[in-house]
Design a protein. Sequence first.
Length: 340
Amino acid sequence: MSDLKRIINQFRISGEVIKISAWGGGHINDTFKIQCNSGIDYILQKVNTQIFTSPTALMENAIAVTKHVHQKKEYSDLVVKLITTNNGDFWVHDALGFWRMYPFVKKKSSYDVTNSHEICEKVGRSYGAFLGALDDFPVHTLNITIPKFHNMCYRLEQFQQALTNQNEARLKAAHSEIEYVQSKADFYSNWYELAVHTHQLRVTHNDTKLNNVLIGDAYFGTVIDLDTVMPGYALFDVGDALRSLVISLKEDDPNVDEMELDHQKKDAFLKGYLDSAGDVLSAQEVDSFNQAGGYMAYIMAIRFITDYLNGNVYYKTKYPNHNLVRARNQLRVCELFLSY
């Protein structure tokens, strides 16, 4: 705690720290809630530099994007502002890691699962507004923080490489999932190639899970976790949101036979998204949204299986088969979207 306080005190915060607690359930970074006697609270994050190997590039993207959005009054609360350090920087990089800080957003909540169509529509409206607010941003000036992040061909290559690791126990445990991935590889590879050759490159969030929007009474929620903001395609954001939003279970719930796809939640999200971003989208982009949820569920399943076969080196896990359970879950999501 003394080390954390030393880091915190390098940022321009209001008041003195009275409590530090672990916060959230992210797969990658370490997050802490900082409570101060001023009544103003903060979020401190330690960026995982094993995953984000160029953290300054990541922060340059976040600074540029948030500045651009905040210049538009109608989107004043759509993204949070970064807290500067006493030296005027936006991060602290020391022997303990790479750190950044945001204000803690009060009176807004995040959800891992929801049955509320109103929340689904507001999440869609928020992510749609994010895309729309950045429509005039010079997309090619952004850094690529994770190369080929949602590139199907690349993820399949990683998957094939993981199959050669020859861990017989893991290969046996994941046999059914491996076969399913292989059976859909050509379909989704071809779909991806067609989409990227016909769609506009845009500023996309690329991690549009339900819990990355903080929901309150305002018309828009607050979009958080900008680590993967990069050039991308609208189908990435819509697909990633749908795969996590309209399914009845969390992405690591092992009870996949109980999983259902809620079409009303899907329609509510798309209504909100298109209300906010529809004017900047092409007809081809909108048409792709029907398969986008299955695409993103499939690519996440590949990533989970790959990490499982590689010994769980990328995602945080709570037990040895956690990534395999996640993969089974996401393959079921994929199947539900394909049968829709």
